[in-house]
Design a protein. Structure first.
Length: 112
């Protein structure tokens, strides 16, 4: 499974709703998330995930992971991230280990 396959729709929509209040836009985003997927000539409902390769998926990933960015910044780490790819900049092995622990704690706390 990939990051995009695992995003919970309800949690993602909560985070989107923090920024967007227009019901039409929210319904459009939800319709993208719940669009059926064709595999082996059969349609399947989608209950989690964002369409990987979809034009809106990187934007939705950035909204979803925004708490991670802020959490790492609050802990003093510099993060460069786009969608599900991230680099945490560290000068020492000790900082790498601290960043790893901080990232795990933030991800568990925000999304676990």
């Amino acid at each position: 499974m990939s990051f995009f396959d695992e995003i919970p729709h309800d949690l993602l929509m909560e985070k989107v709703h923090e920024r967007i209040t227009d019901g039409r836009v929210l319904r459009l985003i939800r319709s993208w998330l719940t669009a059926r997927v064709m595999e082996d000539d059969q349609f399947h409902d989608t209950e989690v995930g964002s369409p990987q390769g979809g034009v809106i998926s990187p934007l939705l990933a950035n909204i979803y992971l925004n708490p991670f960015d802020w959490g790492m910044k609050e802990k003093g780490f510099a993060v460069v991230r786009y969608a599900d790819d991230a680099v945490i900049l560290c000068k020492t092995q000790e900082k790498v280990e601290a960043a790893h622990q901080a990232a795990k704690a933030i991800l568990r706390g925000s999304f676990g």
